[in-house]
Design a protein around this ligand. Structure first.
Ligand code: SF4
Ligand code: SF4
Length: 56
């Protein structure tokens, strides 16, 4: 289990500094979450304006 970022992401970058384990980074189209590192805290989802991070 981990969060993942859907295609709804507009690459605003708001989530990146909020992640306590720094597992979010800019991808080619949308931001991406390293599922091996994500601790499912939900902080990214709380700040995302378009609700792109979703629990998988
Ligand atoms: Fe980082 Fe938490 Fe989002 Fe996982 S759920 S990517 S640990 S902010
Ligand atoms: Fe994408 Fe949401 Fe993160 Fe902004 S806060 S980069 S829209 S996932």
């Amino acid at each position: 289990m981990a969060y993942f970022i859907t295609d709804a992401c507009v690459s605003c970058g708001a989530c990146e500094p909020e992640c306590p384990v720094s597992c979010i980074s800019p991808g080619d189209d949308v931001y991406v979450i390293d599922a091996e590192v994500c601790i499912e805290c939900g902080a990214c989802a709380n700040v995302c304006p378009v609700d792109a991070p979703q629990p998988k």
